[in-house]
Design a protein around this ligand. Structure first.
Ligand code: ADP
Ligand code: ADP
Length: 232
């Protein structure tokens, strides 16, 4: 099945002479259980596409779907529920709450949604991401790589339809970055988690099953089973 879909999506910022066309007719499907990277030059529309798919930003024209939910046309309540229950996010800046422990950060989305923690699944995620002995630590007591692994666990623990990762290795050294990418890859291959990642790093993109390339708000190329050399 398809976890996320854009159908002829257009997105403009501003109006009149000052209008910027960020997306110019993007159609793309993200198959369930696949790990897709989105690449392209700065300003090509990568973040805008991800924000539109995740219901963080409205489209100017076209349709966006997450699973069986038509995102375009949802009211504010529907969008809040979509973001809470159907998508997970990993950001470049980790975005953890400083006063909460790692475990509290990871389970927060479930707590907010009034959902129970599936302990067996929580344990699987924690052990796979290597955070078992860090659960009572607060973000300032963790390295950047550990913080990003907490953010990945937080994104996965609710088993969302899609995890969106925006430059997840942008603030990490290469070893920590490789650990995060390895976890995202394993999440797709072994846990069937659909992942969509924006990156400008060819090495990061090589962890994905597929890379789509944006330029000037359009998809201009696609590579399956990428190697870092093929993506360059
Ligand atoms: P990328 O993520 O590939 O760098 P973006 O999606 O951030 O590209 O931006 C695509 C285009 O839309 C750029 O020209 C950018 O300046 C413009 N843009 C993005 N967000 C906004 C905004 N909030 N207001 C105005 N223009 C924006
Ligand atoms: P990215 O690394 O995704 O390209 P940017 O620095 O382009 O990040 O954008 C960071 C934030 O600023 C995004 O939320 C984007 O929507 C917003 N933004 C980007 N370009 C503009 C712009 N020209 N005017 C207003 N906001 C913008």
């Amino acid at each position: 099945g398809v976890a996320a879909r854009a159908v002829d999506v257009w997105k403009s910022y501003g109006s009149g002479d000052a209008a910027v066309t960020a997306l110019a007719g993007v159609s793309v499907e993200f198959e369930r259980e696949h790990f897709t990277a989105i690449m392209g030059p700065s300003g090509s529309g990568k973040s805008t596409l991800m924000h539109c798919l995740a219901g963080l930003d409205d489209v100017t024209d076209g349709e966006v779907w997450i699973g069986d939910t038509k995102v375009t046309g949802l009211n504010d309540k529907g969008l809040t529920e979509l973001r809470r229950d159907q998508v997970g996010f990993v950001f470049q800046q980790f975005n953890l709450l400083p006063t909460l422990t790692a475990e509290e950060n990871i389970t927060l989305p479930l707590a907010i949604g009034g959902r129970k923690v599936d302990r067996a699944w929580f344990d699987t995620v924690i052990d796979t991401v290597g955070l078992r002995d860090r659960l009572t630590h607060r973000p300032t007591q963790l390295s950047g790589g550990q913080q990003q692994r907490v953010a990945c666990a937080r994104a996965l623990v609710s088993r969302p339809e899609v995890v969106f990762a925006d430059e997840p290795t942008g603030n990490l050294d290469s070893k920590s970055g490789a650990e995060v990418l390895g976890f995202l890859q394993k999440s797709a291959r072994e846990f069937g988690q659909t992942i969509v990642m924006v990156t400008h790093d060819p090495n990061a993109a090589s962890y994905a099953d597929r890379v789509i390339f944006l330029a000037d708000g359009k998809i201009v190329n696609e590579i399956l089973d990428p190697t870092a050399d093929a993506v360059l």
